[in-house]
Design a protein around this ligand. Sequence first.
Ligand SMILES: O=c1[nH]c(=O)c2[nH]c(=O)[nH]c2[nH]1
Length: 314
Amino acid sequence: MVSVNVYLDKQEYGKDKVRLLKVHRDSKVHRVDDLTIRCLLSGSSFTTSYTEASNKAVVATDSIKNTCYVLAKSSKVVDTLELFAAELGNHFLDTYNWVEGAHVTIIRHRWARMNIDGKPHTHSFWRDGEETRQTDLFVKRAAGGRRTVELKSAIDGLLVLKTTGSSFEDFVRDEYTTLAETKDRILSTCVDAQWEFNIPSAPTENLLSTMAQIPFNKIYESVREVTCKTFAEDESASVQATLYKMAAQSISNWRSLNRVSYALPNRHFFAVDLSYFKGTKNLAEHADVYQPLTDPSGLITATVARSPDTSARL
Ligand SMILES: O=c1[nH]c(=O)c2[nH]c(=O)[nH]c2[nH]1
C-alpha cells in the first residue's frame, strides 16, 4: 500500500536487444549489417499503463520487435544507422498518433570482408574485433506538424596501442606520488567516441530527406580515421592533450558536428624489473618486457564543443 503522494515522473518502454542481420545481395559482392536495436516509445497516453493497469494505449513490445524486421526488409538505408533509426522512429510516430516520442538505439557489429588468396571475398566475413558503431536517436513531435530529432553517434571499444611517442611529465609531485616521470611510454586505450549532430527541426514529410543530406557514413569513417591518425602521430604529452586534439579535429572537419566526446581509459603497461635475474636491465630506456595491468586504469573523459560564433548549420 502506497501511503505517500507519488507521481509518474518519466517513462519509456519498448523492445531491447532486437538482433537482426540484413544481407545486401544487390551486387555479386554481398554486404551485411549485423545490428542490435532498442526501440522505446513514450507519451502521456502511456501513463495509465503504469498508474491504472490499462493496456489500451500499449503497442506490445512484441509488435515493436516485429516492426524492426518489417522495416529492415523494405528499408534502403539499413547501412546508414542514423537514417534507419530515423525511419524506425518516424514509423512509430506516423502509425500511432498518441506516441509522442520514439527513442531508437542501434549497435552495428563488425564483419570485415575476408581476403582469400590476396583477394577480397565476395560473401565471406570475419569478426575483426569487438568494436561497434552506434547511434542514438530521439524523435518527437513539435508544433505545426514538425518533428525534432536529437541524434548522437558513437564508436565503442576501439582498442589501440602505441609503443613510443607518448610521455607523461611535470605532473603534481607530493607525498602521495610514486609514479616516475617518463619521456617514452606505451600508450594504450579502448576508445569510446561520441559525436552529436545538429539536426534542424523539419516538417514531418521532409525529415528523412533533410537528414539524408548529412553524410553519416563518411562522418563515421572520418571520426574513426582522425582518432587513429591522431593517436598514432601525436607526440602525446598526456591522454588529456591527445583526446582534445582528436575531438577538435573532427569538429573542424564537419560543420554538422557541434560536440564530440571521448572516454579514454589509460591502460597501463609497466616495465618488469628484471634486475633480480643476473642484473638484467629492463627499466627506462632498456625496457622491452612489460606487464599489462588490467585494473586499475586511468579514465580520461571530455566533451569538446564548437564555440557559439562558429555554430554549425546543415
Ligand atoms: O596521460 C596521463 N594522464 C594522467 O592524468 C595520468 N595520471 C597517471 O598516473 N598517468 C597518466 N597519464
